[in-house]
Design a protein around this ligand. Structure first.
Ligand SMILES: CC(C)(COP(=O)(O)OP(=O)(O)OC[C@H]1O[C@@H](n2cnc3c(N)ncnc32)[C@H](O)[C@@H]1OP(=O)(O)O)[C@@H](O)C(=O)NCCC(=O)NCCS
Length: 129
């Protein structure tokens, strides 16, 4: 959140403007902020969970399971290594069977489980590179 605010003042202004136009957005925004703060405070005592995170990866439905996702990971890992980063994490909803299989197949290890979306379990995977 702090990084977002520092790196994207435009984004903060856009969100502020959207909230001014539609104050009902405050509730979901507050919920997201609280849940993020909660997951960050949970991580404080867990130095093994790296800060570097793959936030999102997606391949067009018609091109899936053809190796593109794995190649994207390989390219990301090369870029991370070039920056001296040797491990990173990704969070996947437990229900996303394909994604969970994809991460395990690509060398991620389940580090912990958290609740981000209400009662739904999310898996936190870590990969050493
Ligand atoms: C997850 C995703 C990025 C993988 O990309 P991809 O190009 O399909 O992955 P690859 O072809 O490199 O890897 C395929 C492997 O991933 C796993 N996998 C991917 N999709 C799967 C599915 N729908 N069902 C089962 N296994 C799946 C399998 O292990 C598969 O290997 P296998 O067929 O030999 O068992 C892609 O499926 C996707 O965009 N999904 C929707 C978005 C998403 O869920 N993103 C992750 C959010 S946390």
């Amino acid at each position: 959140m702090k990084r977002f605010i520092q790196s994207s003042p435009d984004g903060v202004l856009k969100i502020g403007w959207a909230v001014l136009k539609n104050p009902a957005l405050l509730k979901p925004l507050w919920k997201t902020f609280r849940e993020l703060a909660h997951s960050v405070s949970e991580n404080k005592n867990e130095p093994d969970i790296p800060e570097t995170e793959l936030l999102s990866i997606s391949v067009s439905p018609e091109a899936r399971q053809g190796g593109i996702g794995s190649r994207l990971l390989a390219a990301l890992e090369q870029a991370l290594k070039n920056r001296g980063i040797n491990q990173y994490k990704v969070i996947a909803g437990q229900k996303l069977e394909g994604a969970n299989k994809f991460y395990r197949k690509n060398g991620f290890v389940l580090a912990k489980q958290i609740f981000i979306h209400g009662n739904e379990v999310s898996n936190v995977y870590v990969k050493a590179i």
